[in-house]
Design a protein around this ligand. Structure first.
Ligand code: BES
Ligand code: MN
Ligand code: MN
Length: 464
């Protein structure tokens, strides 16, 4: 055992206890009722950073939830790594599907996590993951081994699209200035096959409202003679994909960066079993855009999905009604080169054109963001690659993810620095779902791997 492993071994229980404290506060950003808990969590994060010896710890007030900043600047000639994370979490609903309380963290064993996993909302996304950095830095500061400068930016609005962060990073551009950005808020293939997330999808998110008559009508008196907005909306939505599951919005694919054959071959090397995949989510057959594999469909191809649809009568029993309104929330995951504003515009134009004269359609855009690709030849990626190889004893596979962290492409625009996505979660960790968890193996392996990143990055930086 080296000194790092010994340090982790000695302080294991305390690390878990400290994370538990953070997990006990329900910092749900989507619901304004939780403002006090958000404020409390920001304070907990700030005090955790103070305790490990960070300087200039402060809560930056924004239009929305506070951003926690801290740093340890040891020498301005050395490179600076900015660690980004988010202390806000998704709502815990549906509550009745949780096997233990979402905000009362508990350790349980699972097939995939025989060494135990922490079950709680935010365990993996993202409290458990950014906390690995806090503990890795604790080790480096305590043992006097910090090789470079570090800064923390832990925000509280990631799960609602980071509405205040753009203004904040522009206002505090100097404060957050960095040479590379490090984020643990994604996943890896498995505990025996590490991977580094090399891509994130962008997002365009819209809400549509279809209005027919000015009020709900008796479906006997009026049914058949007046357009039903739910029928119409369903038809309009169905028209957004063709028989090959391609999106029919004109111009939608114009800017899509197509993968080269070599890239596709590279991607196909990642271990993946369709049967296991189908079984894990209880489907009998996969589905998606013709001509692409499941891994491609869920990472490097753009998509359009209805996230929710409602209208009319949904109470008990049967009520005969021809509804006045129908609604849907629709998200489009975007890939490199697609511009979210342009896509929202194309969607709007096309969707309006699908509407018959018998209804009116209103479209409201929500948050969006561009996709991001980490350059594999960057020193940040190389440093991460070396770090994983050392602690997992096997080289990590680069793997683009289908998820989004919209702020990442903005970081690139504002700071001109690359983002390295060192995620230690697993796809099966149920983030955003009931029974979210984070493996203890993953938590401690993360704490062990992160310090090597700092060392390799600093060395590569000096030689570049
Ligand atoms: N940490 C996730 C994103 C993620 C998870 C990316 C796993 C890759 C692998 C993040 O907290 C998240 O949930 N992002 C949202 C977008 C946001 C605008 C609400 C998403 O991807 O749906
Ligand atoms: Mn996250
Ligand atoms: Mn999330």
């Amino acid at each position: 055992m080296n000194t790092l492993q010994k340090y982790i071994e000695t302080h294991r229980n305390r690390f878990v206890e400290e994370l538990f404290d953070l997990l006990r506060t329900p910092s749900i950003s989507a619901d304004s009722d939780y403002k006090p808990q958000i404020a409390k969590t920001a304070k907990q994060v700030a005090s955790a950073l103070e305790k490990i010896g960070c300087d200039h710890v402060q809560e930056i007030q924004t239009q929305g939830n506070p951003v926690v900043y801290a740093d340890k600047i040891i020498d301005t000639k050395l490179p600076t790594v900015l660690v980004y994370g988010h202390y806000d979490v998704q709502p815990a609903d549906p509550l009745d599907l949780w096997e233990s309380e979402p905000f009362e963290p508990t350790i349980k064993n699972t097939l995939i996590h025989p060494e135990g996993a922490i079950f709680a909302r935010g365990a993996c996304d993202d409290k458990g993951q950014f906390f690995m950095h806090v503990k890795a830095i604790e080790y480096l500061i305590t043992t006097n081994q910090l090789p470079c400068n570090i800064k923390f930016m832990v925000e509280g609005e990631e799960e609602i699209g980071s509405p205040s962060l753009e203004a904040t990073i522009k206002e505090y551009k100097e404060l957050f200035k960095n040479d590379v950005i490090l984020i643990s808020d994604t996943g890896m293939i498995s505990n025996t096959q590490p991977s580094i997330t090399t891509g994130l999808r962008g997002l365009s998110y819209v809400e549509v409202e279809v209005t027919g008559p000015n009020r709900d009508l008796h479906s006997g008196f009026y049914g058949g003679a007046v357009a039903n907005p739910i029928n119409i909306l369903s038809k309009m939505i169905a028209e957004l994909h063709d028989e090959n599951n391609k999106i029919t919005i004109p111009g939608f694919y114009d800017d899509v960066l197509e993968l080269s054959e070599t890239d596709r071959e590279e991607m196909a090397k990642a271990p993946f079993d369709q049967q296991t995949y189908n079984k894990s989510i209880a489907i009998s057959k996969e589905a998606g855009e013709k001509g692409y594999s499941t891994l491609e469909r869920s990472s490097v191809r753009p998509t359009l999905d209805v996230n929710g649809i409602w209208g009319g009568y949904i109470g008990k029993g049967a009520k005969t009604v021809l509804p006045s309104k129908a609604y849907a929330k629709i998200s489009m995951r975007l890939v490199a080169n697609q511009d979210p504003d342009k896509i929202t515009e194309l969607f709007t134009r096309h969707f309006l054109s699908l509407a018959p004269e018998s209804v009116t359609v209103k479209i409201t855009p929500h948050h969006g963001g561009k996709a991001y690709l980490t350059p594999l030849d960057s020193i940040g990626y190389q440093a991460a690659h070396k770090a994983y190889s050392q602690t997992f004893k096997t080289p990590p596979i680069p793997q683009p993810s289908g998820g989004s962290i919209p702020i990442v492409s903005l970081f690139n625009d504002v700071f001109g620095s690359h983002t390295i996505l060192m995620g230690f979660g697993l796809n099966t960790d149920a983030i955003h779902s009931p029974n979210e968890h984070f493996g203890l193996f993953n938590f401690f392996k993360g704490i062990e791997t992160i310090p090597y990143f700092y060392q390799h990055f600093t060395e590569l930086y000096k030689n570049s």
